[in-house]
Design a protein around this ligand. Structure first.
Ligand code: RB5
Length: 148
């Protein structure tokens, strides 16, 4: 599995925590910034990661900002992306099992690094269940292909 990870200035500490987790899990990743703590704009980091996942250059993406909401809104504008904002382990597991989410978003001003690590671990380890859930995801893809 190859993971693309990025954050804005509001998510740097959790990004470092998740990179340490990815190292421990032996998962290959590329860090797409941001590089500093000065204020940056989250769409500038969400779109490159989302596009790389949508194109299949990376299997999964992880995006962190202050709340995780801006990253989620931006990433879900990219066709083929299913970005899930998760601040609990149950949602992280279920969004893999039922939604086959390909990007995880979290908010550093909402949760601490320990919980973020548990959420990311669960999300990375949980498989999609397919079946009726694949039909539902297919309806989202159909909508993307027919509208806007
Ligand atoms: C940045 O101040 C903050 O707005 C951003 O990190 C994020 O929370 C937006 O949704």
């Amino acid at each position: 599995m190859k993971v693309a990870i990025a954050s804005d200035h509001g998510g740097i500490r959790i990004r470092e925590e998740i990179k340490a987790l990815l190292d421990e899990m032996g998962i290959e990743y590329t860090d797409f910034g941001c590089d500093c703590e000065t204020s940056v704009d989250y769409p500038d980091y969400a779109f490159p990661v989302a596009e790389k996942v949508a194109r299949g250059e990376f299997d999964r993406g992880i995006l962190i900002c202050g709340t995780g909401i801006g990253m989620t809104i931006a990433a879900n504008k990219v066709k083929g992306v299913r970005c899930a904002l998760c601040h609990d382990v149950y949602s992280a597991k279920l969004t893999r099992m039922h939604n086959d989410s390909n990007i995880l978003a979290m908010g550093e001003r909402v949760i601490g690094p320990g919980l973020a690590r548990e959420i990311a671990k669960a999300w990375l380890e949980t498989e999609f269940e397919g079946g009726r859930h694949a039909r539902r995801i297919g309806k989202i893809a159909d909508y993307e292909n027919k509208h806007l």
